[in-house]
Design a protein around this ligand. Structure first.
Ligand SMILES: [Zn+2]
Length: 187
């Protein structure tokens, strides 16, 4: 059993999903560009929703079905890391955030149709795929959630140079390009 695959999807409940047709393909990357990715955050009172989508290369260092044992280990390690969002998206302890839902998906396992589509165009040798993760957190003392630090994510996955962040919170809607050097978000 894969302990990371939570049965309940939360895309449908994300605030920023409301105006996109995102039931089957939430947070779809506009372009698949290695080194960059998309991060959506929505803070509404105690509830913090986080949606990540990045090329698998950014996290794994490869983009094919894991073959050797080493690649399988890498995939399972990355799943473990992704399933602990508070280790990647750091919030102050005073905000008392806990994870209520976590879901990790990767296209190569979850989207056979797209995979087949790639085959039709004979790009099998250069198949690209994304990894997506959705989280729902509950922050008891949300008024103390004054910043979210993405630097642990960039340190864990150095193949990710930048994340395009869309954030909705008490300060309104913000679009930010986050990097290791510029990793602090103020919701
Ligand atoms: Zn790729």
């Amino acid at each position: 059993m894969n302990p990371l695959a939570f049965a309940l999807a939360l895309q449908g409940s994300l605030a920023f999903a409301a105006d996109t047709n995102s039931h089957s393909h939430p947070a779809t990357l506009a372009t698949h560009e290695h080194g960059v990715g998309q991060l959506n955050l929505a803070l509404d009172q105690q509830r913090l929703d986080i949606e990540l989508e990045v090329p698998a290369f950014n996290l794994l260092g490869f983009e094919h079905q894991p073959r050797q044992l080493e690649e399988k280990k890498r995939l399972s390690l990355v799943y473990q890391q992704l399933n602990q969002p508070l280790q990647l998206f750091a919030v102050k302890q005073e905000a008392q955030c806990s994870i209520t839902q976590a879901q990790v998906l990767n296209d190569i396992e979850s989207d056979e149709h797209e995979h087949e589509h790639e085959h039709e165009h004979e790009h099998e040798h250069e198949t690209h795929w994304n990894i997506r993760a959705n989280y729902q957190l509950n922050c008891q003392a949300f008024e103390r959630l004054t910043q979210i630090d993405l630097s642990p994510f960039f340190k864990a996955f150095p193949n990710t140079q930048s994340l395009q962040v869309q954030m909705i919170g008490p300060n309104g809607q913000q679009g930010i390009k986050a990097t290791l050097k510029d990793s602090l978000l103020v919701p």
